[in-house]
Design a binder for this molecule. Structure first.
Ligand code: AMP
Length: 213
């Protein structure tokens, strides 16, 4: 099964992708997680990407396509994958079409998670993420706190506020979303595989996905 999860920052793509991983035994490909891993390693890609990420801007398409090309060819992806946070621009969506054709892969659904902007802002400023790149568990200081403050329930690593989750950067990320990523809704909406779901409640999203997938 191959899925695309679309939606603004804070729509819950990561949380839903993690739930789908468990339900369908497929892997999550999050370009954000891949980039944060590169930043943590201090690799040349990470050094270039960090400037864009911390300014709430998109990392250039060429870097993203290199990351995706490597990820989809990995043997973990043989059973299927969820694209979380990719594509984010029309050129990325075009490049994905070519990539799928070249590897003879078939898309099962494009899911667009819809959440009002005030909810997005509230969610993003109160979100905390496990600093362990192999874990990436997501918490919320109000609705899903860690059992022990600042410590990941799943792996025991420190839980942090991401550098790009300050109010100013979040506002810029939402502007970037409207400008560059929202046009993807028009790009996919005529496709019968495209579905828009309210992302307000994760359990409801999973229920809706159960009917679609
Ligand atoms: P995310 O964790 O998906 O919200 O991504 C965090 C940041 O990584 C974004 O704000 C972008 O700077 C960068 N990023 C992640 N995925 C992409 C993508 N597909 N295209 C461009 N930049 C991306």
């Amino acid at each position: 099964m191959i899925l695309i999860l679309l939606g603004p920052p804070g729509a819950g793509k990561g949380t839903i992708a993690q739930a789908l991983v468990k339900t369908y035994s497929i892997v999550q490909i999050s370009t954000g997680d891949i980039l944060r891993g590169e930043v943590k390693k201090g690799s040349p890609v990470g050094k270039e990407a960090a400037g864009y990420m911390n300014a709430g801007k998109l990392v250039p398409d060429s870097i993203i396509m290199d990351c995706i090309g490597i990820a989809v060819q990995s043997k973990e992806c043989a059973n299927g994958f969820i694209l979380d946070g990719f594509p984010r621009t029309i050129p990325q969506a075009d490049a994905l079409k070519d990539l799928m054709r070249n590897f003879n892969l078939k898309l099962n659904a494009v899911i667009n998670l819809e959440v009002p902007e005030d909810v997005l802002l509230r969610r993003l400023t109160s979100r905390r993420t496990c600093s362990n790149t192999a874990c990436q568990a997501i918490y919320n200081v109000h609705t899903k706190p860690t059992k022990k403050e600042g410590v990941c329930d799943a792996c025991g690593s420190p839980v942090i506020q991401r550098d790009d989750e300050t109010v100013d950067v979040i506002k810029q990320r939402l502007v970037t979303y409207k400008d560059k990523t929202e046009p993807l809704i028009k790009y996919y909406e005529k496709d019968p595989l495209f579905h828009t779901i309210s992302g307000l409640d994760a359990a409801e999203v999973m229920k809706e996905l159960g009917k679609i997938l």
